[in-house]
Design a protein around this ligand. Sequence first.
Ligand code: ASP
Length: 280
Amino acid sequence: VHGGAGPDSERIRSNQNGYKEGINAALDEGYKILEAGGSAIDAVERAVRTLENNPLFNAGKGSVKNKKGNIEMCAGVMDGEKLTNGAIALLSNVKNPSQVARAVMDKLPDTLLSSDGAIEFARSINAEFAPDNYFEVQHEEHSHGTVGAVACDANGNVAACTSTGGIEEGNPGRIADSAIAGAGVYANNNTCAVSATGEGEGIIKHSLSFHLHALVEFNNMPVNEAAAYLIYQKLKSEEHDLGLIAINKEGTIAMAFNSERMHRGWKTSDNEFGIKIYAD
Ligand code: ASP
């Protein structure tokens, strides 16, 4: 799971335990599902929901405000077995945008719903709504704390989910990469599941998640080598903050970021476990 890539700040430095506890709770919730034989898609949705409910992260409850003082959330999910995806953009007052994105995937012929239509659809699936003050959390300017999860289940299926409140002081109507398959989220059993974070403009421009998938598929690179090559070599001169987490159907995990920090954690059935914020 990740809790966003971006610049370091006093707020993060002084509250590292809070962030780590949030990441740990999301790992536990997602892992519980996998351990009980559940699907990767259910695990990533649950992990992301846990982070959306945590005010420290810029998604769901902790979403930042745009220039007009409004919250417009974006989220996307993708199932690596079926190659189906669902996403919502510019959603307001819904506690768990990831749930609505998942419902778009499961219930509609569409893949991306936005603004009023997304809100109407959220109502139709009885998604939980909350008043503006539920979301009112103080953030520093330009904080990034988008959340995401990737998982591989006991059947070797992979899935990814990403959810964001966007960029602080963003233009109203700006759509984040998190909602765009191939940019902020992508999953394919043949290669990997990816969740990206950082500055959406850089992530969209480089089709970051699909880019990683393509390196694995067409260059036959192992997912962790491909992730490192993509972020540290191929896109070395990119000025936007970029970060990603990925997993393949063997359970190999990859994480790479060019920013000062990326909150992240991992847990495997081989007892590998870790939570980190900075490079080491
Ligand atoms: N990617 C998100 C966006 O552009 C922000 C982030 O990952 O922190 O909205």
